[in-house]
Design a protein around this ligand. Structure first.
Ligand SMILES: [Fe+2]
Ligand SMILES: [Fe+2]
Length: 315
């Protein structure tokens, strides 16, 4: 990875403009290096939105009533829109979003493995919305607030509004099921135990194991992995305390913030056969490698998406 110190004169001039508070509107102002990092960011983001579709589709079968089916369908539609919005920006770089979604090798799809584990119950779906749409939104909210390419900021306004809606929807129904019966309360806690580590690991390697990236140098984003992870942790734990479910954290009065329990084994790797965590600390390298092999629905979920077999079983 090139370091910030290797910047060419034209890159330095662009960084100086950005640091003075200017936003870049015109692609003619890009340097090749700026263009490359922005394009890569968009590719990952747009493909990530697509992977939510097949995952949410598995939740659809678990929905207890028509209202829940409508909620899932709406969130699928939102995610299609997110892929589309970012895909349209990507097309300005000469990349075909059609290609990226429908012709990409399913083993090369950029995703989070949790999107490749089928959703087992509606309670798991709403808990995942409450915790993971919350996690995803910090990534895109950072770009909306800080990205030096103005069209990307604007595209993310609607996307982030909808992501906030998803996690609030999940939060509302998580609280509902927590208070509904003993059985649903236990199901919420079980879902939290499964989903929480995905949220914690969402942002990848901690800062001390990562070099300064071009995303930060060119202000494509401003929050580091550790910053985003902490924002997520504080927000998710406040929500947990309000509702009453357990998280593997405690509130540290001196630091005035939630901290992970010392013996909580992250990073961890999920077992694709048992659909469970092994509850054993692994290395960050092992965890990142497990993202590449993915979950049990890889590659079938993307093959299905690419064949566009959406209608038959949906209704
Ligand atoms: Fe999204
Ligand atoms: Fe979402």
């Amino acid at each position: 990875m090139p370091q910030a110190s290797d910047l060419s004169a034209e890159d330095q001039a662009l960084v100086a403009r950005i640091q003075s508070g200017e936003l870049i509107e015109d692609m003619a102002d890009f340097t090749p290096r700026y263009r490359a990092v922005l394009q890569k960011t968009l590719e990952i983001a747009a493909q990530g939105e697509v992977t939510v579709l097949t995952w949410a589709y598995t939740a659809y079968a678990t929905a207890p009533d028509l209202g829940a089916k409508i909620a899932i369908s709406s969130s699928i539609q939102d995610e299609v829109g997110h892929a589309h919005q970012q895909g349209m920006l990507l097309e300005r770089f000469g990349v075909s979003m059609q290609e990226k979604a429908f012709n990409e090798d399913p083993m090369r799809y950029i995703s989070f493995p949790i999107m490749e584990f089928p959703v087992r119950s509606y309670i798991e779906f709403v808990v995942a919305q409450a915790l993971l749409d919350r996690a995803g939104r910090y990534t895109t909210y950072d770009i909306e607030l800080h990205c030096s390419f103005a069209p990307y900021r604007r595209a993310l306004k609607k996307i982030n509004f909808e992501e906030a809606f998803h996690f609030r929807h999940g939060a509302y129904w998580t609280e509902y099921y927590w208070n509904y019966s003993e059985e649903t309360r236990q199901a919420v806690q079980d879902a939290v135990d499964w989903i929480f580590p995905w949220g914690y690991q969402w942002y990848g390697r901690p800062d001390h194991l990562k070099s300064m990236t071009d995303q930060m140098t060119f202000s494509i984003r401003a929050w580091s992995n550790d910053t985003m992870r902490d924002k997520w942790l504080q927000s998710a734990c406040k929500f947990a305390d309000r509702v009453g479910f357990d998280t593997p954290t405690q509130f540290n009065e001196d630091q005035d913030r939630y901290v992970l329990n010392k013996d909580y084994p992250v990073p961890m790797v999920a077992n694709t056969e048992t659909h469970a965590w092994d509850w054993q600390t692994s290395t960050w390298d092992d965890m990142i490698n497990s993202w590449k092999t993915g979950g049990p629905m890889r590659p079938s979920a993307y093959e299905r998406l690419q064949r566009e077999e959406w209608g038959e079983a949906l209704w």
